[in-house]
Design a binder for this molecule. Sequence first.
Ligand code: AHR
Length: 518
Amino acid sequence: MKLSSVKNLAFAAGLLSGMPLLAAEKATVTPLFGNVADSITIPAEIYGQFAEHLGTCIYGGLWVGENSPIPNTSGYRNDVLNALKELKVPVMRWPGGCFADEYHWTDGIGPKENRPVMVNTNWGGTVEDNSFGTHEFFNLCELIGCEPYLSGNVGSGTVEELAKWVEYITAENGPMADQRKKNGREKPWKLKYLGVGNESWGCGGSFTPEAYANEYRRYQTYCRNFNGNRLYKIASGASDYDYNWTDVLMKNARRHMDGLSLHYYTVKGWNGSKGAATKFDNDDYYWTLGKCLEIEDVINNHDSIMNTYDPDRRVALIVDEWGTWWDEEPGTVRGHLYQQNTMRDAMVAALSLNVFHRHTDRVKMANIAQIANVLQSMILTRDNRMVLTPTYYVFKMYIPHQNATFVPLDIKTSTRTVRDGRTVPTISATASKKDGEMNITLTNIDLDSPAEISIPLDGVKASVIAGEILTADSIDDYNDFDSAEKVTLRPYNKAKISKNNLQLTLPAKSIVNLRLKI
Ligand code: AHR
């Protein structure tokens, strides 16, 4: 009998007898303090965001314009601005996505009334007025204190256009700098992350890997470092399981890049229904977690190809699009990719972040898709209202892991075989330490049973400072405009240390972070 069936029987027996459910799972999570390498820091950029001109991500989500009745600061929504400041967003990728390879940056500078309108051909044919352009993006990054990550147009642009964009943004003097100054920005901005094309195998130009590698080499040559700015150049990488793309790019262009991207979505498939964001059964839920965790195999496989060309791991793998992709919500504009976000999405976020933490020797940045109103977003907006999604709260809970030293864990837990034969552990966890504190974040994916967790501390003197929990009555619970706080962070104070052993019970379908003084 499969373990999943055993668990279901235990649950049914508990219900029939009316007895409180016992924790079916007893897991041990051992911090391997002896294996902590101070050099292995979790880059803050693992918590990166992606903001594309798609649906209401930019227009309506981040930007409403200075004349909007919605409270704003220079055109940026105040509610969203504050929520993003609290999230300590380290890096934001813009303007796409597929949009980037049709974007002509000169349309988005200068007086707003002179900017041409454009048709967003990738995403629903929406007409945009270009009121959010280069200045609006870079000023937003300054306001929330994050690094900008610019995605350049290779598919329908020119080398000159991209070279001049970099010059416009980063040069102190010269014709492009003069134009920028005329448009109201005296000092150059800092630009570190530059993507040269997006999904160049598809919406970014339908290149073969060989042809794109040549284009990449040519484009990046003319993207210069002005006045002490140092570009970190990212080549457009593979989707999911396209290992040949990584192989060819590494073989032909690795010396010219700092990073190579990877896109991996937790999606049922690209044809037909992807499933509703809020309506799914238990099997769908467990399948989702299996598909999400498969990103670890995908990273390992790309990493081992990269290792053959780059054993010192100089070139980073940049997971600049990831997250869940469900059917668009009924009644919303087709092509705008607006989806709700439940506790299931929160689980995907936590499990994915745990995977990234284990691979920071190669994975130096990840950007969840997307920041507002699109796919697995942090924030949903409607008119002047805003809700924070369960995924937002996972990112908030994980803030202490940014730039902290990774603490490896040995996890002993049961596993579950899900539809399609993938295997999912019941308990997942991650830990890090910084400034005399350790944060350990634990997830119990089981829908029915709590789990007793034992964390041996191996002689390390510790005390619990605080705890937080994210859970829901039902896995398909979500926050909406009339119930914005249904799924939110709450204090958790049930962890105890006894005989140098940290013990707690993780409720079913919950994510708990414990902050320890060590
Ligand atoms: O995030 C939505 C789209 O997914 C992006 O524009 C594209 O790069 C990917 O296919």
